[in-house]
Design a protein around this ligand. Structure first.
Ligand SMILES: Nc1ncnc2c1ncn2[C@@H]1O[C@H](COP(=O)(O)OP(=O)(O)OP(=O)(O)O)[C@@H](O)[C@H]1O
Ligand SMILES: [Mg+2]
Length: 594
């Protein structure tokens, strides 16, 4: 075996394997370069999903004739100089890898002109080698043409998908820049015909142009502290999906898919959204580049935070605080005259959502700033400070004994309780209501260390696999502090002796197993208080009454009374509405009485 140093062309091709996965990754690299070059107009031309041709023209600063040949060399970059720069990157590019990688797997032409020169210069490369160079008349800026992609790497070409699939990846790459760079005009041409044009415009206008359907359901979010800024929009929980494709998150101008951020967003929504659902959000983070490493993923899609727990906390808290101010959460809580208004869809003025520049009150600047002080996390985990409480913001005073004052009409479809008050009908989802009651009971009991319990006549013995058992053992205090009495029983079993009274009819085995599977895992790291809330919301889902249960009048009354006793918001912990009001006026209108 002989060991040899690879030639440059081969090295570039190997690098291309990482950087240039498909046409969409090339487009991403080229647009990033145009943005770094301070362009305010970028044109994209695509033929045959970028395989035949992919061209980007910008009006940025351009590259001089002398530097043009250097730009296409490996490790040639104007964006970093010293090692220190690598840890405070503010440009989109920094490795000096994109152009040589692309040039090694395509027929590549770059033309450029700076404002100091009257004429531009063009070079053509094949197999990474310059095959032609000449002056060219052009405006200031850069034009890059990538043709016949992978013509010299047939194996890679074979891996490309159908044209439609590649095109959709391409457009997605393009699309991700649109949201964050609203101050750039983008033009997209497909097979030499206009496909989509976006003029320079305000961020709000751009968002509403791109998401006309969703934009009326978005609410602005903003946090402005020195090292960590958030801007953007958070969506009505009704826009949620099981998949996380509607999380548009950008760090320092770069589209990023990051686990910490995704989890923090879901976490911020947890009081009103099922933990398996993801909201619609558009979030732009400006983070001091020293606090985030962008050099951890070949396509720069992931980042590494110096302190991901702080980042998690700051994002989830900001979302939570902002959500509390949104019409979706707030109106639900002002019971009385406005009960149900939100659900009826009134008072939804899209413009007012956008114009609202509400700043955060509780989670204010100084608090966010203090997140970067070392003792913050410790304090926040032990916090009993009401200004930091998660729950408090969602709870507004409501008319005393509102639910028990309702006149019960009956139960419909074994699912809904029908009541009336003086000005309308109130429908209550019996399962969602019980779930909310269960959740609040657990939480109150836990906070005040008082939970009404019931002893089981015969202890319930449950057997677990060794791994689950050890996780369970470690977390047993969560359950024992919330109304259960559970001991270790032998080497792999537990004995459940007492349960919270409100769960006396629940399937306890199923409930415990679900909590163990979902939360008592070694990779589930979360602040203690938050973990408690998650667990309680899972437990309460197993509460007594489900849809399909027949309730007698006594049971209905008792549920309504319990609803009055708790800190109530109109959504069950999993985000479904608990009640819905149809006003008398609406009924009268339906029957043409008014
Ligand atoms: N559209 C452009 N306008 C002006 N200069 C450009 C343009 N594209 C590339 N350049 C110059 O060419 C250099 C090399 O570009 P390349 O994309 O290969 O590397 P990079 O952007 O520095 O790093 P990365 O590999 O992370 O993208 C850049 O540093 C920049 O100076
Ligand atoms: Mg680049």
């Amino acid at each position: 075996m002989t060991i040899k140093i690879l030639d440059d062309n081969l090295i570039n091709k190997i690098a291309a394997g990482e950087v240039v996965e498909r046409p969409s990754s090339i487009l991403r690299e080229l647009i990033e370069n145009s943005i770094d070059a301070k362009s305010d107009k970028i044109e994209v031309y695509i033929e045959d999903a970028g395989i035949k041709k992919l061209m980007v023209i910008d009006n940025g600063v351009g590259i001089s004739k002398e530097e043009l040949k250097i730009a296409v060399l490996r490790h040639a970059t104007s964006k970093i100089v010293t090692e220190d720069d690598l840890f405070s990157i503010s440009s989109l590019g920094f490795r000096g890898e994109a152009l040589p990688s692309i040039a090694s797997v395509s027929k590549f032409t770059i033309s450029s002109k700076t404002k100091d020169s009257d004429i531009g210069y063009r070079i053509k490369l094949e197999n990474g080698k310059i095959v032609e160079e000449n002056p060219v008349a052009m405006k200031t800026g850069t034009k890059i043409e990538v043709e016949n992609l992978f013509y010299n790497v047939p194996a890679r070409r074979k891996f490309l998908k159908r044209e439609a699939t590649e095109f959709s990846h391409l457009y997605k790459s393009f699309f991700n820049f649109l949201l964050v760079y609203n101050d750039i005009t983008f033009e997209f041409y497909k097979e030499n015909k206009k496909y989509k044009f976006f003029p320079k415009e305000s961020a709000k206008k751009r968002v509403s142009e791109i998401f006309p359907k969703e934009s009326p359901e978005l609410f602005p979010i903003s946090l402005d502290v020195e090292d960590f800024k958030i801007k953007g929009f958070i969506g009505n929980p009704e826009l949620s999906y099981r998949r996380s494709h509607n999380l548009y998150t950008f760090i320092n101008g770069r589209f990023i898919r990051d686990k910490t951020i995704i989890h923090a967003i879901a976490h911020g929504y947890r009081s009103i959204l099922d933990s398996r659902e993801y909201p619609f959000v558009i979030l732009f983070f400006q983070i001091n580049p020293k606090l985030v490493d962008v050099n951890v993923h070949p396509q720069k899609l992931e980042v590494r935070f110096n302190d991901s727990r702080k980042v998690h906390l700051i994002i989830s808290k900001t979302i939570e605080e902002t959500l509390a101010k949104t019409p979706w959460v707030k109106k639900d809580l002002n019971v009385g005259s406005s009960l149900g208004q939100n659900l009826e869809g009134e008072n939804r003025d899209p413009k007012s959502f956008f114009n609202d520049t509400t700043q955060l009150d509780h989670f204010n600047k100084s608090l966010a700033n203090s997140l970067f002080s070392p003792d913050f996390l410790e304090r926040s985990l032990k916090q009993k400070d009401p200004s930091l409480s998660n729950e408090g913001d969602f709870i507004k005073p409501m008319k005393r004994n509102y639910f028990s004052s309702l006149d019960v009409i009956g139960q419909a479809h074994l699912t809904y309780i029908i009541c009336q008050d003086e000005d309308g009908l109130v429908l209550i989802d019996q399962h969602a209501a019980h779930e909310r009651v269960g959740y609040e009971n657990l939480l109150n009991g836990y906070n005040n260390k008082k939970i009404q319990t019931e002893s089981l006549l015969i202890p319930l013995i449950l057997l677990f696999s060794p791994e689950k058992f050890s996780n369970l053992k470690e977390n047993l205090s969560f359950l024992n502090e919330s109304g259960f009495e559970i001991d270790i029983f032998g080497s792999d079993s537990i004995a459940i002796r007492k349960i919270p009274y409100i769960f006396r009819k629940a399937n306890i085995e199923k409930l415990i197993r679900e909590v163990v599977d979902d939360y008592f895992t070694s990779d589930f790291s979360m602040a203690y208080e938050d973990k408690i809330k998650h667990i309680f919301s899972t437990i309460s889902c197993h509460s007594v009454t489900r849809a399909g249960d027949k309730l007698n009048n006594y049971e209905i009354k008792s549920l309504l009374e319990q609803m009055d006793e708790i800190n109530f918001s109109a959504n069950c912990p999993h985000g479904r509405p608990v009640y819905y009001k149809i006003s008398k006026y609406e009924l009268d209108k339906k029957f043409h009485r008014v």
